[in-house]
Design a protein around this ligand. Structure first.
Ligand SMILES: C[S@@+](CC[C@H](N)C(=O)[O-])C[C@H]1O[C@@H](n2cnc3c(N)ncnc32)[C@H](O)[C@@H]1O
Length: 351
């Protein structure tokens, strides 16, 4: 009589077991907590949790196998971020509940200090770049995406918003100020904030040359200093210079008046590592879904979007996010995933 061997094929219980295994370790839970609004490379995580790189790689592999973290190549480095629960998929409810509980964890003081050190290292790279490169800024920037390539698209989004007379605008990171004349024509008052004295000087010169009497340029860190909120906050090609883009969107959302708008021009995800050296980029663009998700956490609602493909292979996303009139502050957590703008079908313009 022949014995029937147990069926060894992969089944749904394997996925649940991988999820339970991944969640069954205090360090891995803390890694998930650290990744709540951020992404880190393996070396950064090893530094943050003060363990060796190979040990951290092992933990990340277990988390990745369970579908709790996703990877993204940033040039030569692999960055890890939290993966969102698959709506309706096997383990989705457990995954969402686990992240919910993880978000209640408080990381030790020492871990938080090392996270801050990693952020400070990233921000210093960006500041150094702009202090060294101000003179060559426009030429370097144009290697990737020049304002004329997205100006019309951005203005069409802006003009469709029909701001009332007397509305104010805030441009964060105006660079050499090339977009300020457009804002000055459309808003009663415009403030331009840049944390690089060299770049701010270029913006100031532009305002003088073009006699922009309603524009005030200020040397300030948009994320750390206090600023007056505006009806329209504009961020052109700046987000990829911020150490923690998700956190930056939260800070910037606070600078938008209720009923106002945040307009973000950004690169879509790309793999052109040379942009780090040539243009000081900390991040190689962003997934459309990630931007929508971060804006959602910041309490902003998605509006119109435009996508512009450039001949050099880069793709630009022009995104409008609205701040609701009545809001009780940024949301802490998103349990399900909203349909992204990308999934809704971006309107693509090809130049
Ligand atoms: C790539 S440039 C973009 C300039 C311009 N918006 C454009 O599209 O040409 C990025 C600008 O953001 C500024 N910046 C970076 N981090 C900043 C921060 N935390 N606060 C204010 N400005 C910042 C830089 O100094 C630089 O002028």
């Amino acid at each position: 009589m022949s014995m029937r061997l147990p069926d060894l094929h992969h089944d749904d219980s394997d996925e649940l077991a991988a999820l339970c295994k991944a969640g069954g370790d205090p360090l891995r839970l803390k890694v998930l907590r650290a990744l709540a609004n951020d992404s880190f490379g393996v070396l950064e995580l090893a530094q943050i949790f003060a363990i060796g790189q190979s040990g951290m790689s092992h933990h990340l592999k277990v988390l990745a196998q369970a579908g709790l973290v996703a990877t993204r190549r940033e040039g030569n480095a692999i960055f890890y971020r939290r993966a969102l629960p698959a709506a309706g998929g096997r383990g989705g409810a457990l995954h969402a509940a686990l992240l919910g509980e993880v978000d209640e964890l408080r990381l030790d003081e020492a871990i938080r200090a090392r996270i801050a050190a990693v952020h400070a290292q990233r921000a210093a790279v960006s500041r150094d770049f702009f202090s060294r490169m101000a003179e060559r800024f426009r030429a370097q920037q144009d290697l990737i995406a020049a304002l004329p390539q997205y100006r019309d698209g951005l203005l069409s989004l802006l003009d469709a918003l029909r701001f009332p007379a007397g509305a104010t605008a805030l441009e964060v990171g105006p660079g050499d100020g090339a977009f300020l004349p457009e804002l000055a024509r459309r808003f009663a008052r415009v403030t331009a904030l840049d944390n690089s004295p060299a770049m701010l000087e270029l913006a100031r010169q532009r305002c003088t040359e073009e006699r922009l009497g309603n524009v005030e340029v200020k040397l300030a860190d948009a994320l750390n200093d206090e600023h007056e909120a505006a009806d329209c906050v504009v961020l052109n090609m700046v987000l990829h210079h911020f150490a923690v883009p998700a956190e930056a969107l939260k800070q910037l959302a606070r600078l938008v008046r209720p009923g106002g708008s945040l307009l973000v021009t950004e690169l879509c995800s790309h793999d052109q590592n040379w942009a780090r050296e040539a243009c000081g980029d900390l991040w190689l663009g962003f997934d459309q879904d990630d931007l929508a998700h971060w804006a959602d956490i910041a309490g902003l609602e998605p509006g119109e979007s435009l996508y512009i493909g450039l001949r050099n292979g880069f793709q630009i996303q022009l995104r409008h996010f609205a701040k609701p009139e009545n809001q009780n502050g940024p949301r802490q957590r998103m349990t399900g995933r909203k349909q992204s703008l990308f999934e809704q079908g971006p309107r693509a313009l090809h130049r």
